[in-house]
Write a protein that binds this ligand. Structure first.
Ligand SMILES: [Zn+2]
Length: 188
């Protein structure tokens, strides 16, 4: 592991974590140096560069996670580097390496989706999207006179890729909105 190669990699990346460099050099030195040793050397090297002012900490969360940048790296470079939450799709500042979900709220949603997936409802991003007119029409069509039944909801849930509970809730909302005076042809 040569200093020259480390510096080249850092300059190339502009923004990086210890983990990024460790992974890169571990690939190159696999079977020769253990990962833990590579990581320690890189950590020491980066700490030296920070002290020398060639590298700066762009984001840090205690000892869990630090994102470094070269002296020239800007806020924009950092933002471009940040991971994207796989639930809400927004960029976020991670607190751990490999973190894929931004917040407690998104984590809860992830668990909810996972549970649904196990039950066989293919719930997708629609959950976050508002109900379309067409979907609401289908709900009303499936439950004439607003009479809910789980069997019908389950069937419709698979079609709409929504949870039966969500359909029940929407039916209730529609009933309130339409005041029970719903006529199919008026709604279409
Ligand atoms: Zn999120």
């Amino acid at each position: 592991m040569r200093v020259k190669d480390l510096i080249a990699s850092i300059l190339d990346r502009r923004v990086f974590t210890i983990e990024d460099l460790t992974n890169e050099f571990y690939e190159k030195w696999k079977g020769i140096l253990p990962r833990s040793m590579i990581k320690r050397r890189i950590t020491e090297f980066v700490a030296l560069q920070v002290r020398a002012g060639l590298v700066k900490k762009l984001y840090t969360n205690g000892h869990n996670y630090t994102i470094f940048g070269t002296k020239e790296a800007t806020e924009e470079d950092l933002k471009a580097y940040l991971p994207v939450c796989k639930i809400c799709g927004k960029k976020f500042y991670p607190i751990q390496h490999g973190q894929e979900i931004c917040s407690k709220e998104c984590k809860r949603e992830y668990v909810r989706r996972f549970k649904r997936a196990k039950k066989g409802y293919e719930v997708d991003d629609r959950h976050f999207r508002p109900w379309s007119r067409e979907e609401e029409r289908l709900v009303l069509e499936t439950f004439p006179d607003f009479k809910y039944s789980y069997e019908k909801a389950e069937e419709l849930a698979k079609k709409l890729k929504r949870h039966p509970g969500a359909i029940k809730k929407r039916l209730y909302i529609l009933k309130k909105e339409l005041g029970g005076c719903y006529a199919n042809e008026n709604f279409a």
